[in-house]
Design a protein around this ligand. Structure first.
Ligand code: TXA
Ligand code: MG
Length: 325
């Protein structure tokens, strides 16, 4: 699809070249505060089709469209009072809103996998902001990994996943949050589709209780996050969660100051800080997966992670990583 992937610095010139490539219908990976995204001009159906091809992503799994401002986002997704309150509270930032799609929106229907809804987000990362402003079009961007693999939080991860398959990578430092955005469905009663750094409690403090109804749309289509398959974010080695001890054949993904002994240990946060753990999670999973295999270890044990605040989102990702496939 592309001869060589260009690695651009996140300087004004690099950003301008990345924006130009996106406007020309090419695929460009860029940093956001959550994870690196693989961007394409969302109004260009061929470019959007390129995302599905580069990732090997099933076409029933819709993409999030990124904008530099809430007003730009709401030109494509219809905002009600709840959406405006949440945008005011959390944008720019790691929250995605699923809204009814504006009938006049030029976004390619493939971007939303043919659904009548549209997922929109305004990222806070300064480079993502500058890029989106320069592109001045909606940018569809899933995480910049091959489908079913761990989301990239560093530009080296993107290289490992997509080198030679995309036009360019805009290279910035590591993503600060480290977990994909919270996804909230507002096409009916507000429902959490994917937990993230913006917690359910934080959302409820602004718009009241969320629904626990798993939900289906009028056409009977299951809307509980079409992409939220049970097995996802998968390392190649099997994982064992809530491990308080480590077997000789296991490496350890630890959390906290007192860990059991193991031949190979990555500690998400020695001081037991959940935000720090989230920022390290995908990077350490990748490293463990590589290094454990090289040391002839055949599984990854994971310390218990407290199930509150962003710990809920960490445990959601770990459960997917550990799901049978
Ligand atoms: O943090 C993030 O959200 C990152 C960065 C790059 O912004 N993006 C990301 O995209 O995680 P992706 O494609 O890996 O995950 C998007 C999730 C999927 O679970 C998808 O099914 C859901 O959002 N989604 C997208 N559009 C939807 C829609 N119209 N209705 C319901 N779920 C939707
Ligand atoms: Mg993804």
């Amino acid at each position: 699809m592309t001869n060589g992937t260009l690695y651009l610095p996140d300087t004004p010139d690099g950003i301008a070249r990345a924006a130009q490539a996106l406007r020309a219908g090419e695929l460009v990976a860029f940093a956001t505060e959550t994870v690196y995204g693989l961007g394409a001009d969302a109004t260009n159906a061929t470019a959007v089709a390129g995302i599905f091809a580069a990732k090997g992503r099933p076409r029933f799994n819709p993409l999030i469209c990124h904008f530099s401002s809430a007003s730009a986002a709401f030109a494509h997704g219809v905002a009600d009072r709840r959406a405006r309150i949440l945008a005011e509270a959390f944008w720019p930032g790691p929250l995605t809103l699923v809204l009814p799609r504006h009938p006049g929106s030029p976004i390619a229907s493939l971007a939303a996998a043919g659904l009548s809804s549209l997922a929109v987000r305004v990222p806070s990362h300064p480079i993502a902001q500058a890029l989106l402003a320069a592109v001045d079009r909606p940018v569809a961007a899933p995480s910049a990994n091959r489908s079913g693999r761990i989301s990239p939080t560093r530009s080296e991860h993107v290289r490992a996943e997509l080198d030679g398959r995309i036009a360019a990578v805009l290279q910035s430092g590591p993503s600060i949050v480290g977990l994909e955005s919270t996804v909230l469905d507002l096409t009916g009663p507000a429902r959490l589709l994917r937990p993230g750094a913006i917690s359910r409690a934080a959302i409820e403090s602004h718009i009241g209780p969320l629904s626990d109804d798993p939900g289906a749309d009028g056409g009977g289509q299951i809307l509980r996050g079409p992409g939220l398959l049970a097995s996802h974010y998968a390392p190649t080695l099997p994982m064992r969660l809530d491990a308080r001890s480590v077997a000789p054949h296991e490496a350890l993904l630890g959390f906290g100051p007192a860990l059991p002994a193991a031949a190979l240990i990555y500690n998400l946060s020695e001081r037991g800080d959940l935000l720090e753990a989230a920022a390290h999670l995908f990077d350490y999973l990748r490293r463990l997966d590589d290094e454990a295999s090289r040391q002839a270890l055949t599984a990854i044990a994971v310390s218990p992670i407290p199930d509150h605040d962003i710990g809920l989102a960490i445990n959601d990702r770990l459960a997917r990583a550990a799901a049978p496939r």
